[in-house]
Ligand binder design. Structure first.
Ligand code: NAG
Ligand code: NAG
Ligand code: NAG
Ligand code: NAG
Length: 382
């Protein structure tokens, strides 16, 4: 549950909205007239363009998911927020057409590559700067002992017509140049993050089911890829065809029943008062075996809007346990940020830290790889 990124995400889109209004105002009558037409025809225009894209790139399509009207009959439905109502109406929708696909990311059917580590990074369309910095730093694709470290960004779409088209275009250009964007045709909302995870796993089963390990995380983390690889290598006799799921472990948490909280989960969505132990969604490591196990059990676990908890529910259902890795620091980020700022050496001993601004990731990464960086011994950083 990474409050920060989500808050940022909404901040970004708010800012984007206001930029759009300014644009419309300045653009004068012609522009307004044009936009109105665009919005009026919104639904159909956009459906055709998606369909055309699917035909061009032969991406398998799904019929548009209809809302479940009988959800309105759930006791107390009327008292729930619009977002939660919307979630309940669409809870059963698990398949969305892809707008941007990468069927050959892991070599393709005919020529499967040995993928040691797949970096799976959730990134809303608006976070262009974050993606750029990650491509240049810790998420760079490279060979490791003859096996690949590969990268994909997971994205949905914006809901507002004008911005949706603009941002889709951006992702399309990035996809063409970097071949690292997976995009589905669903709205990027806080409550749809679980959907993103499930859609990724479905993609993975189809296109990259032989990846040995995955790092699943947000686009505002700084991962020390070298340490991650060393850790995975160091598992030694460990068989990667077995279970592995590790990160910042949170136990004994339960749903927040306070309706003013961002993480409010009413009993209509989740009845038990405890969550299973889960790893903070900002970044965790898992084996390909475990990723597929999660995917298979997810089919019988009703969606929960909190993605990291949902993944843990699927793990539990598969009788698998998450474990704790002290090198993954996804809480208390302001403190970590300051410490790393004062001394990049701290990162030498960590796998992943959370909520770093993109420019800072860029600088720290270079400092960390400077030939003359000399590091002493560090103990606990918290
Ligand atoms: C996509 O392809 C199908 C079958 O090849 C065709 O019937 C359909 O009209 C095409 N759609 C668009 C939007 O081109
Ligand atoms: C629609 O919602 C009702 C009420 O929650 C539920 O019983 C039913 O299974 C749902 N249908 C689908 C297709 O998910
Ligand atoms: C999730 O995305 C779908 C497709 O865009 C949308 O219909 C639905 O309202 C979204 N759900 C939530 C809870 O935001
Ligand atoms: C080495 O460290 C110093 C001081 O931190 C720095 O000015 C210099 O650019 C670094 N890099 C090299 C390659 O000397």
């Amino acid at each position: 549950m990474d409050t920060y990124r989500r808050i940022n995400m909404f901040r970004v889109s708010k800012k984007a909205n206001s930029t759009a209004s300014t644009f419309i105002l300045l653009g004068g009558l012609l522009m307004v007239a044009y936009l109105c037409t665009d919005f009026n025809e919104g639904e159909t225009t956009y459906l055709t363009s998606v369909a055309a894209k699917q035909n061009r790139s032969s991406i398998n399509s799904y019929p548009r998911c209809q809302q479940n009207i009988s959800a309105a009959g759930i006791p107390g439905f009327g008292s729930l927020s619009r977002e939660i109502q919307d979630f309940l109406y669409h809870r059963h929708c698990r398949h969305f057409p892809m707008i941007l696909d990468l069927p050959d990311k892991c070599g393709g059917d005919d020529n499967p590559e040995d993928v040691f580590l797949l970096l799976v990074i959730k990134s809303p369309p608006t976070n262009y700067e974050r993606r750029e910095v990650l491509r240049k730093t810790w998420a760079k694709e490279k060979l490791h002992r003859g096996m690949w470290i590969r990268r994909v960004f997971l994205s949905g779409t914006l809901s507002d017509g004008l911005h949706k088209e603009k941002m889709n275009k951006l992702l399309e250009v990035e996809h063409r140049e970097h071949k690292d964007i997976l995009q589905w045709d669903f709205y990027e909302t806080f409550f749809n993050l679980t959907l993103k995870q499930i859609l990724f796993l479905e993609w993975m089963e189809r296109n990259c089911n032989h990846a040995r390990f995955l790092l699943n995380g947000d686009d505002d983390v700084l991962a020390n890829t070298d340490n991650i690889v060393e850790y995975l290598d160091g598992l030694g006799s460990y068989d990667w065809r077995k279970h592995l799921f590790t990160g910042h472990l949170i136990s004994g948490a339960g749903p927040i029943r306070r309706s003013t909280s961002k993480y409010y989960i009413p009993v209509q969505v989740y009845e038990p008062s405890f969550y299973p132990p889960y790893c903070g969604g900002a970044g965790y490591l898992l084996s390909g075996y475990t990723a597929l196990a999660i995917y298979h059990t997810s089919e019988s676990v009703p969606l929960l809007p909190i993605d990291d908890v949902y993944i843990a529910m699927c793990l539990a259902k598969a009788n698998l346990q998450p474990t704790s890795h002290t090198g993954v620091k996804t809480l208390d980020f302001t403190k970590t940020l300051q410490k790393v700022q004062n001394d990049p050496c701290i990162l030498k001993e960590l796998l992943l830290v959370h909520n770093f601004p993109p420019a800072f990731i860029y600088v720290i990464w270079y400092q960390l790889h400077e030939a003359n960086l000399t590091c002493g011994y560090h103990t606990e950083i918290y």
